[in-house]
Ligand binder design. Structure first.
Ligand code: G4P
Length: 296
């Protein structure tokens, strides 16, 4: 699947982020708790390491993720040097209230009355950066929207006399190395609707749901999914919900069923689901690369 998703403003955003990194004490990286590695931009990691800045990794939308899997991810990330990982929901003010203190703990040298602590919020589109920013500043300073890449310019705010915050535009990277990462990002709406084919993404999502959350699927759609694969699930959802193509003898409308499944996952209607675990990630990284046959 060819996905084009690197608009020009993202190149500019990277340049600006690199400049701001030099003037930052702590990077707050927001990722989606349901796909914390796939939604982590390797460019952010690279910029951060170049300047040796510590990172508060926020596994956001934890309210929608599988709690057991989130716990495993926290253990995984908290083993990494210079990283403190916590699971939060930016929609919960009590969760957000913990963020400044956690940042200060990562840069104790700024805990004096001389220089303010400089924090920088980074992350790919649609992980909740604007929601976090608004909750930290306690007013609506950033546009929240489920369509990716709503924030396009950097914003800077004083939280108090001792803390300063910079919000950066959502940044994607030019080449997504693993196709499954692209599909997870698409399923979670970090890449725009026009960039991907809903049906392919929904089949991928369906396969994960059937492998790990068959109970949630049955509870939502009211049929047993035993023996089905992702494509079969789409067909069954189409029939169950009456999504049929007009004038085609009752053929299932798979595009409509794909949107139904994706919307149910994105809205949390399916329940708490995680798309990757530390184990599935390791297995994916260790899997032999299958050669793509050359076109004749
Ligand atoms: P961004 O700046 O990183 O692009 O993300 P943004 O804050 O715009 O958030 C993207 C969507 O994710 C918004 O949904 C927002 O409400 C939702 N969101 C952010 N944090 C959380 C969280 O912790 N839990 C859940 N469940 N959702 C979260 P939206 O549908 O566009 O807006 P809304 O109708 O929810 O306000």
């Amino acid at each position: 699947m060819a996905i084009q998703w690197y608009p020009g403003h993202m190149t500019l955003a990277r340049k600006k982020a690199a400049e701001t990194m030099a003037l930052t004490d702590v990077v707050i990286e927001v990722v989606d708790a349901r796909l914390p590695e796939a939604s982590s931009n390797p460019m952010i990691h690279e910029l951060r390491l170049h300047r040796q800045r510590p990172c508060l990794k926020l596994l956001n939308k934890a309210d929608m993720a599988d709690p057991g899997v989130t716990k495993a991810w926290l253990t995984f990330f908290n083993r990494q040097p210079g990283v403190k990982a916590v699971a939060i929901s930016c929609k919960k003010p009590s969760d957000v209230a913990k963020v400044p203190k956690l940042c200060l703990a990562l840069a104790p040298h700024r805990d004096d009355n001389l220089k303010p602590l400089r924090m920088m919020i980074m992350g790919i589109p649609n992980v909740g950066k604007s929601t976090l920013m608004n909750a930290l500043v306690k007013r609506r300073v950033a546009a929240v929207g489920d369509e990716p890449a709503v924030t396009k310019t950097q914003q800077r705010f004083d939280l108090n006399a001792r803390m300063m915050l910079v919000d950066t535009p959502g940044m994607l990277w030019p080449k997504i190395e693993h196709p499954s990462d692209g599909l997870m990002l698409a399923a979670s709406h970090a890449v725009g609707r026009n960039a991907v084919i809903d049906e392919e993404v929904a089949v991928f999502l369906g396969d994960i749901l059937l492998a790990r959350y068959a109970g949630l699927v049955s509870a939502r759609y009211g049929f047993s999914s035993k023996g089905m694969d992702g494509a079969g699930l789409l067909e069954a959802v189409a029939r169950k919900r009456g999504c049929l193509l007009k004038g085609k003898g009752g053929e299932p409308d798979l595009e409509k069923a794909a949107m139904l499944l994706l919307t149910d996952y994105r809205s949390g209607a399916l329940g708490r689901v995680s798309l990757e675990t530390p184990e599935s990630r390791t297995a994916m990284l260790n899997a032999p690369v299958t050669a793509v046959p050359e076109e004749v």
